[in-house]
Design a protein. Structure first.
Length: 444
């Protein structure tokens, strides 16, 4: 986002001080759009405010904050630390730290004149829970004085019988941010790092081929470790069912789950019509992740099938359709560390590795007609002529009617394998979360 005014007289609330919350502070003190940051930790940290300052300015993945901002010769940018007031200046931006309550309803955003809050705790995901929920809820921020709440994770509704509230929406910048209605929506999910990357891998294909030609899709994210994992093996908690979560991420490749497919349907609704499988594998790296997307596309011809160059050209052309370099096409031979810190790159398409294979899927037309007749007999109209028939070959005799020729439908199908890198922390997700935050602030 460019051409924005600096230090507008508006405060931003941030709930939490985990990875995304900390790096959001980095983003906003560099950007300097908000005049003040009010950060709720909800508990005491260390022995003095200086300990919080040290935690913020040093990072094992991205180095020192001042070097990140100004280069190798830069000096410390955390100043005016006031332990009694709980305040400091970070790169010239005032930051106030609250350490009393972890329940959003008791934070007191109203007392600090905070209207916009980013909840980055990962603890309050259910938009259906009331503000007075005993253990806290996302709506508690609204009761505490906030007018809008941005969640740095996908919504997760506990009670599956309940629907998404009308005042909640999931958006990914550059994909469906226009779905946000400032007059209607109070809770805005920024989806996840994986969903964000996946959306930028899928949308160009959907725009080019349309959802009818995409028969199925699957993805595996090879994902860096997160704070939910263990450094060393530990005994599982009572009633724990996934024992892998208690194993050391330093020593293992760990199979886990991802909600990216479900969240993608909220961002790109057409994906709900396509069979989609999403898997996740955690690996012992601190940041820098990869999505391997496999898409089955109904092709037009076996003689001139979709090939690797065609897929790559779709992404090359799509780059200019999105703002701020959100989609990057690369033909370099990247590794995960090359992606760390890359600004606002939701997805870096690894064109060098993308590939395709086309084959004919053979369908027994007699079985199709039998199924259609059965549906018709139930009163569920099904019209065989609506099938997208490309080639019908006569091969041998029908096993059910030896005197008749067997009718086989051959449909050309191309399987495309596409690789997309993303920095699951600062470079991709947190920077795009910052863009989403400023865009909402401008409409308040």
């Amino acid at each position: 986002m460019t051409g924005e005014e600096k230090l507008v007289p508006m405060k931003l609330g941030i709930n939490g001080l985990g990875r995304i919350a900390k790096l959001s502070i980095w983003h906003h003190v560099e950007r300097q759009y908000f005049s003040e940051l009010v950060v709720n930790i909800g508990r005491e940290v260390g022995t003095r405010l200086e300990d919080i300052a040290s935690f913020i300015e040093k990072d094992s993945t991205y180095g020192a904050l001042h070097n990140y901002l100004y280069g190798s010769r830069a000096r410390r940018v955390v100043e005016e630390i006031n332990d009694r007031e709980g305040t400091m200046r970070i790169n010239g931006v005032k930051a106030t730290f609250l350490r009393k309550s972890r329940n959003p309803m008791a934070i007191g955003w109203r007392d600090h004149d905070v209207n916009l809050v980013v909840d980055a705790t990962g603890a309050f995901l259910d938009p259906t829970l009331a503000s007075d929920e005993t253990k806290g809820s996302l709506r508690g921020h609204l009761a505490a004085g906030a007018k809008k709440v941005i969640l740095s994770a996908p919504f997760k509704i506990r009670d599956k019988s309940r629907e998404m509230p009308a005042d909640a929406v999931t958006t990914v910048m550059g994909i469906n941010d226009a779905d946000y209605d400032p007059k209607k929506h109070l809770l805005i999910s920024n989806a996840s790092c994986t969903t964000t990357c996946l959306a930028y891998m899928v949308k160009p294909l959907m725009d080019y081929f349309g959802h009818r030609r995409i028969l199925s899709a699957s993805m595996t994210t090879v994902h860096a470790a997160t704070s939910s994992q263990q450094v060393l093996d530990r005994a599982p908690k009572a009633k724990a069912t996934d024992l892998r979560k208690t194993r050391s991420i330093l020593n293992n490749i760990i199979l886990t789950t991802t909600g990216a497919a479900r969240a993608l349907g909220l961002v790109i609704p057409e994906m709900k019509r396509i069979g989609f499988i999403a898997e996740s594998v955690r690996v012992p790296t601190s940041s820098g992740s990869l999505i391997i997307l496999v898409v089955m596309i109904q092709d037009e011809s076996m003689r001139n099938p979709i090939n690797r160059e065609k897929i790559n050209q779709i992404y090359r052309d799509a780059v200019s359709h999105y703002p701020e370099g959100y989609l990057v096409y690369s033909e370099e031979q990247n590794v995960s560390s090359d992606i760390i810190g890359l600004p606002r790159a939701a997805a870096v398409i690894e064109g060098h590795e993308n590939h395709t294979r086309t084959a004919a899927v053979r369908i027994d037309m007699e079985r199709v007609l039998d199924a259609c007749n059965y549906l018709n007999s139930l009163g569920e109209a099904s019209n065989p002529s609506s099938l997208d028939v490309t080639q019908i070959h006569v091969e041998g005799r029908s096993p059910r009617n030896p005197g008749q020729e067997e009718k086989v439908l051959e449909v050309p199908v191309t399987q495309a394998v596409i690789y997309g890198w993303y920095d699951n922390e600062l470079g991709s997700y947190t920077n795009m979360l910052g863009d989403r935050t400023v865009s909402i602030a401008r409409q308040m």
